[in-house]
Every structure is written in C-alpha cells, then in structure tokens.
Write a protein that binds this ligand. Sequence first.
Ligand SMILES: [Zn+2]
Length: 465
Amino acid sequence: MNKYYITTAIDYTNDVIHIGHAYQKILADVLARYHRQLGDKTFFLTGTDEHGTTSEQAAKKAGKEPKEFVDEISAKDKEQIDSLNISYDRFIRTTDPDHKELVREFYLKVKSNGDIYKGTYKGLYCVGCESYKTEGEIVDGKCPLHPTRELQSIEEENYFFTWSKYENFLRNHIEENPNFIKPEARKNEMLAFLDQGLRDIAISRQRDKVSWGIPIPNDPKHVFYVWFDALLNYISGAPDFWPASVHILGKDNVRWHALLWPAMLKSAGYPLPKTIYGHGFATIDGQKISKSLGNIIRPTELVKEFGVDGTRHYFLRYGPLTEDTDIKLSTIKDTYNSDLANNLGNLVSRVAKIAESSNFEFPPAKVNIQNPQFAPYHKTLEEFRLNDSVSFVWEKISEANKFIDENRPWEQEGESLKQTLEHLVVKINEIASLLKPFLPKTAEKIEKQFKGPKISFTEPLFPRI
Ligand SMILES: [Zn+2]
C-alpha cells in the first residue's frame, strides 16, 4: 500500500482565515481525497501557527492573554475550514504539547550536530513576515509584502542556525530532484536565491522582546523564532507518516519550505519531503485581500450563498493554481449557474426524470476509475493540474448532454430507450466517481440517486441563483 502524506501551511492566529487561505485547503483536500480513493494510506494535516509577535500583538489589542486569544482564533479557523468540507486527519496547533516537545528534541539534534551558535543580530525585522529583511528585500523603507507595517530595527543576541553550510546540499538536491519544487517558476526563483548565497539565520528571539513562544532548552531567556517552531508541525502532526509526500503552500512561503526546512531536516538527520508546491495568490475584484482594504470574505459567507460544492468548484476550476488569479464575485455566480446548474445539474435531472417515467430497472453501477479512458484525469491530478482535471470531468458532462440532445430519448421507447438510458446511467455514474475528490457531497448524492435498480427524480442538485 502506498503512503500519501499531504500538508497545508498552518495559518497565523492573528486573525481568522479568509478565502485567500481557503483555496489552499481545498486544493490539498482534493489530493487527499483522490489518494484515499486510490487506496493509498493517506494522512492530511492542517492547522494553526500560534506563536510569535503577530499573535501576541493581536491578543494585546483584543485585551486578551495570548493563549486565550489563539484558542478563539484557532477554533474559528477550524470552523471556516470545516465549512468547506475539508477532510483533514489532524488539525494541529503549535501550542499542542506533542508539538512543543518535538521542537525541543529537534533543536537538540541540530545543536548536537554543531549547527547552532549564539551571535548578535542587527537589522530590520518585518512582523508581518515574521522574518528579518535584507537590504535587497526592502523597498522604500518597507517590506513590499506588508507596506502598511513599520519595519522594526533590532539588535539582539540570538541563536543562529548554520544555514550557509547547506548551500551546496540544497542546490544539488533541487537540481537532482525535478519534482522537489513545483511549479517550475518557483524552482527557478529558489535557485536564483541560492545563487546570491545563504546567510546563517537567527532561530530565536529574546524573551523580553517576544514572550509568546516555546523556550529554548537550557536557555529560557530565548524563545524559538516562528519558522523553527512552525515548520516542525509537519513532523509533530504525524510522526509516523514523515516524510511528507507534498507540502502545499502559498508562493510567498516557498523559500522557507524549499530552502530552510530541508537544511534543518538534513542537519537533524530526517529525510526530506518529496514535493513542495507553491500556488499563486488570489485577489478580489483586482485588489489584494486585506483587512485594511476591508474586502475580506470568509469561506462561510461564500458557502452560505453558493453551497459548499459551489464554492469548491469555483476555486478548483478558476483558482490561482500556478499564477495569481483575480476572483470576481460576479463570476462565482455565473460559474455556478453555467457549470453546475446548467451542465451538471441539468444532465442529472433530465436523465433521472426520463428514467423514472420509463420504469425500467438498471443494473448496479460499477465504475472502474482505472479505465484507460480516464488516463488524462489521473495524469493531471498527479501533476497538480487540478483545473485541468476538473475540465476533463466537464468534458464528460458535455459529452453526455450532447448524447441526450442527439438521441432525443423523449422520442424513444422500448428497447432503444432502454439502451439510451443505460448508456447515460453508466456515464453519470462515471462522472460521479470522477467528481468525488472535487465535489464530494454532490458525487455522493448522484451515486445514491443512480445506483439502481430504480432511478427517480429527487430535486435539482444546484437550483439556479
Ligand atoms: Zn513582510
């Protein structure tokens, strides 16, 4: 049995997640469901990243203790994720005791390998990124990713990780493993970053500056800097499943996952993840999604309007898979009506109505998803081209609709009607199987309705809106 371990990024608990984060969870969910369907031993991890300055400051602003505050945000994030029918096996929190224990153990392994030293850091720090910024990364005195935040000037004693020692190891690994960083553009960015040379990286903050963190073993005046804590969730979340088959994350986090994380793993003696996939960003109606612009939409709001599968479908077909993508709220509605209500919904209703009035009995549905005709579906899923896999299913839906229009079953009767309907029932069952990872609830409804022997019309799957 193959093992398949997939993770999403874990989200900061300074605020509840919005639809920009939701896309990533849907993407990972499809892959997890697909691999379960293939019979792989699958584990799907998501969760929240709870330590560090951003959460500490947000808690203070809300007049709460950090733990109380992150408990609330984490619970709300979970609610958002659940609204999208995300089939995670564990929702990890970096405040979980087993995670904190692993961070300490891991650090001691890296330290015993001679890769930790104490030094003084002097430079600018972006709280939004939770990372130090080099000269070259600053534009007009600001972090380009967080132009509304002031950079902090910091000089303090930190523990450092000998990142620079792993430069050649990383370059060789990336070049020898073409599937390690996906898509290709991200890989080229990482190689270009390596060409500038790596500098050792601070992995702790002083506790009098940042108190909300995991204390460094044997030196409680320091706490772990967020990445050295957060990245380790991928092991602590499912130690028996490590190494991960794929980490799914936003393109802004690729550097930490593709360069820092493998160096840490190598140092501590762990195997590396197989693939790191960095997807694009979503904008809404041409604007970045941000609190200050007031255009934040939560997944639950979309689900209320378009249903869980209506929301999933839009992102899967048109989401920011490799490139940044603009979400237009009006297109979600159009997509719902054309793809779901008209194409899929109509197909299912038309066939169910004719099958019902025909009173025929249909043999039990048996779908072989490994049939060679579905090869492009599997290939696109394995290559993370999920929008192409969705398009493949929609081609099958269109073909079935075309078959109805051409064969006009409403004008047929007897044996010829039976044959036409049997063909359509097989096609609809195939479509339901293919849809399972993408629109699980819809697939389930269709399978229930079309499993035979009697088929009856129930209610439209997607009422027009
Ligand atoms: Zn920043």
